[in-house]
Write a protein that binds this ligand. Structure first.
Ligand code: SF4
Ligand code: SF4
Length: 330
């Protein structure tokens, strides 16, 4: 992988938007899926934009996740197979998207996937008051960006699923926007692992030179620290699961059947279609639940949607461990 610098001049958001505009032009895109500020700049939504000028209201680093965009990319790729598109995705969205590719064979030939390091997301119920205190969404994002050098803001303020996520660094995507461990007010990094893309996107001119080895190492060191810290949190959350919560597949089936008519977790899950139709049709079995938890991207959308606030990511992880099933790679 080649790693380049973006000099941010105290404004990493604006520098990244300008970088994305350049990418848009060189890649000759028809559209981009990216979090967009709504008119009041106090809320944000994933949206497809069709003009690079709209990027002035885009926020690739917003600390909120209302839905898993990996699933949205798969749906869009099916509906508009000939459009030349890009998407900004967090690591858990990339994992979910690859599960969609595996299960549905959706073709991403015309998609440019741009991964971003994830500095974690606030719980839905906290986001609005945090925006009010900060002034607007952009100010809240900037607050988070000021803390990426140390990894992120104190983890107990974020969603439990983010606290457990040991893999917040972008995997080896076509383009990776790298933040963690870096002095974002001065420099962020762009990793590219494809020489054709480097040439096509004119990276030599779009970026501000190749990254020095020290900065690359600084980020890698931070990713290692985050991994160790969060594995520790994961253990703690696992140990805090109470005995009444499911510890194996059969108990999980009974637990989900007892929740009916609620199916919110399955509907929010990027890969929840099969389990949703199984519970609707009364055909839940060991295999369906096993498939569900084996393809889990650990995005936390299920527990965010759960009216009973069940720790579903930790429950699924405990069952996977018990069965020696690995988490998804990357
Ligand atoms: S089960 Fe939950 S954490 Fe796993 S992919 Fe589905 S929504 Fe995300
Ligand atoms: S969202 Fe919560 S209450 Fe609803 S089915 Fe899932 S675990 Fe049960």
């Amino acid at each position: 992988m080649k790693t380049w610098m973006l000099k941010t001049n105290n404004d990493p958001l604006t520098r990244t938007r300008n970088f994305l505009k350049d990418i848009w032009d060189y890649a000759d895109l028809d559209g981009m899926l990216i979090p967009m500020y709504q008119a009041d700049h106090k809320s944000v939504k994933q949206a497809v934009i069709h003009h690079p000028g709209s990027l002035r209201d885009a926020d690739p680093f917003v600390p909120l996740m209302q839905a898993n965009a990996g699933r949205m990319v798969a749906d869009l790729a099916r509906k508009h197979p000939n459009d030349n598109m890009a998407a900004i995705l967090r690591p858990c969205e990339i994992r979910a998207l690859y599960e969609q590719v595996k299960h549905t064979g959706v073709d991403l030939e015309n998609w440019l996937l741009i991964g971003v390091d994830c500095a974690a997301c606030f719980p839905l119920q906290d986001f609005n008051w945090r925006v009010e205190i900060a002034g607007n969404v952009e100010a809240l994002t900037n607050e988070v960006l000021r803390n990426v050098r140390q990894g992120s803001i104190a983890l107990d303020r974020f969603r439990p699923a983010c606290g457990m996520c040991a893999r917040p660094g972008t995997p080896q995507e076509e383009i990776c926007i790298q933040l963690l461990g870096l002095p974002a007010k001065d420099t962020i990094l762009i990793g590219i692992n494809n020489d054709v893309i480097i040439e096509k996107l004119n990276l030599e001119n779009v970026c501000d030179g190749l990254a020095p080895h020290e900065l690359i190492q600084q980020r890698e060191k931070m990713l290692k620290t985050i991994e160790e810290r969060r594995e520790h949190i994961r253990e703690r959350q696992m140990n805090e699961l109470t005995p009444d919560l499911p510890a194996n597949i059969e108990q999980f089936i009974t637990f989900l059947e007892n929740c009916q008519p609620c199916t919110s977790c399955m509907e929010a899950c990027p890969d929840g279609e099969n389990i949703f139709s199984a519970i609707q049709n009364n055909t839940m079995n060991h295999e369906v639940v096993m498939d569900w938890i084996s393809s889990c991207a650990e995005c936390g959308m299920c527990e965010q949607a759960c009216p009973k606030e069940m720790p579903l990511v930790a429950i699924a992880d405990r069952i996977r461990r018990d069965l020696h099933v690995e988490s998804l790679p990357i």
